[in-house]
Design a protein around this ligand. Structure first.
Ligand code: NAD
Ligand code: UDP
Length: 327
């Protein structure tokens, strides 16, 4: 591992979203300058409101599908700019695909011009509905090319190809992280993802909506653990380009997740079963041997502890705004 002592000038594309805003906060705490670039498609100003007054923080509203011509001069770039929730990335699939591909190209060009390191937030979705379990980086996946999830899955696969070629041919220091389902504070309660839905439903006393019979699995990683892995990868030796799986190797069924969230919130609610969306992966769990060996990384926060912190955050975020004075 290379150390990261010097102050860097770090561009976080998608910095107003769930992962991006957590990363901006963490990088500022570590003493870096942070430029948050975001179009606010799914990100929220509220996620970065507490950072706006900090002298080392700046915000740029920009859509990454457009070339980036500002004089930013970053030394490092994290590319988080892309909706991650299936409901949100399917809302405008052509824009999602362009965000993945044109966005990666525009940020890679910026990295090349500025000689900045660049990390791509790729995804477990590149494995599609996997036939191999758990999924190692060498597995090439089972992705539907023309399905409802393809704009995201194929967009992210193509972005990985661009990163690999810029690393090989254009001498850009590239890093590819394949991120598995991550949750925590600053997720949007209405983003449609399973953790956000279940917690928001439980806190509002509504039924938890389980798609299919709930036997499909995901492996849920707490955001602070994920950020540790991303920072280690970004600051690792130039030879380690990735892709590297980052996620929790602890798999759980969706029905088990629903039961846990019901227990942790103390909500007296039942389940409502709905049809499973098309191409919904049946099983997902990362093989994290490479991250363990090369980065000395593995998640440390238990699912119950991570969910409790997320429930506390949602309890605050879902409180109805109080009027200033009685009406
Ligand atoms: P998010 O939707 O909360 O954040 C995405 C951010 O990118 C938002 O602030 C959004 O406004 C911004 N954005 C979207 N399109 C843009 C565009 N064209 N130009 C500029 N900004 C744009 O999602 P997240 O969970 O924080 O995910 C961040 C990244 O991590 C995504 O690239 C996602 O694919 C990847 N990822 C996340 C997870 C996860 O579980 N959270 C898992 C795998 C991969
Ligand atoms: N899911 C569910 N109820 C919900 C939202 C999602 O049962 O209210 C299921 C979904 O079908 C999938 C899993 O939970 O099997 C994870 O969904 P999510 O959208 O969070 O992420 P994905 O891993 O599918 O991209």
């Amino acid at each position: 591992m290379e150390s990261q002592n010097a102050r860097e000038r770090i561009l976080v594309a998608g910095g107003a979203g769930f992962l991006g805003s957590n990363l901006c906060r963490r990088l500022l705490r570590e003493g870096h300058e942070v430029i948050c670039l975001d179009s606010f498609l799914t990100g929220k100003r509220g996620n970065i409101a507490d950072l706006m007054d900090q002298p080392r923080f700046s915000l740029l509203r920009h859509d990454v599908i457009e070339p980036i011509r500002y004089d930013l001069r970053p030394t490092q770039i994290y590319n988080f700019a892309c909706p991650a929730s299936p409901v949100q990335y399917q809302a405008d699939p052509v824009h999602t695909l362009r965000t993945c591909v044109d966005g990666a190209y525009n940020l890679l060009e910026l990295a090349r011009r500025c000689k900045a390191r660049i990390l791509q937030a790729s995804t477990s979705e590149v494995y599609g509905d996997p036939h191999m379990h758990p999924q190692p980086e060498a597995y090439r996946g089972n992705v539907n090319i023309v399905g409802l999830r393809s704009c995201y899955d194929e967009g992210k696969r193509c972005a990985e190809t661009l990163f690999a070629d810029y690393g090989r041919r254009k001498r850009v220091v590239v890093k590819i992280a394949r991120i598995f389902n991550t949750y925590g504070p600053y997720m949007a309660p209405d983003d449609g993802r399973v953790v956000s839905n279940f917690i928001a439903q439980a806190l509002n006393g509504r039924k938890l909506t389980i798609y299919g019979d709930g036997t499909q699995t995901r492996s849920l990683c707490y955001v602070d653990d994920l950020l540790d892995g991303l920072l280690r990868l970004m600051n690792s030796t130039e030879l380690l380009r990735g892709p590297v799986n980052l996620g929790s190797p602890r798999e759980c069924t969706i029905i088990d997740l629903a039961r846990r969230i019901r227990r942790l919130t103390g909500a007296d609610v039942s389940f409502e079963f709905r049809p499973l969306p098309s191409d919904d992966p049946v099983q997902r769990c990362p093989d994290i041997l490479l991250a363990r060996r090369q980065l000395g990384w593995q998640p440390t926060v238990s699912l119950d502890v991570g969910l409790r912190r997320t429930i506390d955050y949602f309890s605050g975020a879902l409180k109805p705004a109080r009027p200033d004075r009685p009406t």
